[in-house]
Ligand binder design. Sequence first.
Ligand code: PLP
Length: 388
Amino acid sequence: MSDYLMNTYARMPVAFERGEGAWLWDDTGKKYLDAISGLGVCALGHAHPAVAKTICEQANTLIHTANLARVPWQETLAEKVCRVAKMDKAFICNSGAEAIECALKICRIAARERGIDHPEVVVMEDSFHGRTLAALSATGSRKVQAGFEPLVGGFIRVPFGDAEAVAKLAASHPNIVAVLLEPIQGESGVRVPPDGYLADIRATCDANNWLMVCDEIQSGLCRTGNWYAYQHEDIHPDIITSAKALANGVPIGACMARGWASEAFTPGRHGSTFGGNPLACHTACTVLDQMTELDLPGKAARTGSAMLASFREKLADNEAIVDIRGRGLMIGIEADRPLNHIKDQALERGLLINVTHDNVVRLLPPLIIDDEQAETIVSVVSELLNAL
Ligand SMILES: *Cc1c(COP(=O)(O)O)cnc(C)c1O
């Protein structure tokens, strides 16, 4: 505990000193298997040689020049990330919340184009979009919002997974310009919507000339067994936000758009001092190249299905378990009771896991984990849950 840090996190009683692949070592030399990868950030694992090499080379060459000049690595990254996301253009920023802010600003520009002065964006219950004021206002969690009123206005909230609830708004809400959702909700407990949900939302957006915005900050970049989770359904969003795994731990975010939305900004309407600097962008280029080379979408899909199957087998007789769900290596196990103590028990056994929404074990292991490491995660978590 530090006297000098603001009190924003209830931290686990451990400090990590170094890592390699899916392993971490704490300051006493104890070794841990990492099943959260810094909240879905270190998809390539820790101390990845190609990533480390890029960071060193770029730091020795040029870290930052500001967006007053062209930034070739930013241009290279924009093309690479737009190709895998199937988008036309990107704005590169420094975090997930910043990518959300950018997406919401595009929605407001779209409103002005359509002569709407008080635009509304449809958002979901139990969603999470970040901690800046607009992002927390879009977030569907009272815990995140409480005490920070007045919130940013212009959001209408409906239950997640209910496409009909979104469609119904059209008749009574002429000021709606966009729908913002996570294809799989992360923070609220790895909630996977019903099949066809994204396609139904897309159809409603098409019918009403609304923008469809997918927050893929957690679900994107191979995590769910596809480059982006929206690609599991045959749809195409207008805007995507991406961040977490994009530079394997170097802070970065991207808001991507296609068609009209990708042309919304003109010089001076948006910007960022650090956003798109050569260090973060070159690192992200290396990360995307590695993800392609290692076929991480395929690997996440295979390892994830094996883990889900193994969990279902090992927890079959456990009456405290309500649901085992997920896609690829984004896995949630929901219990009928609080599970917060489980993460300390796992830590004791040399495994790093996360509990979200109080009663859901959330696993976001590095996408490079091997089969043995995956099975170790399943065994330890199942033993702890079977001892509830
Ligand atoms: C983590 C996350 C964010 C916020 O990202 P930051 O980089 O912490 O600002 C937004 N949306 C989703 C879905 C996330 O998982």
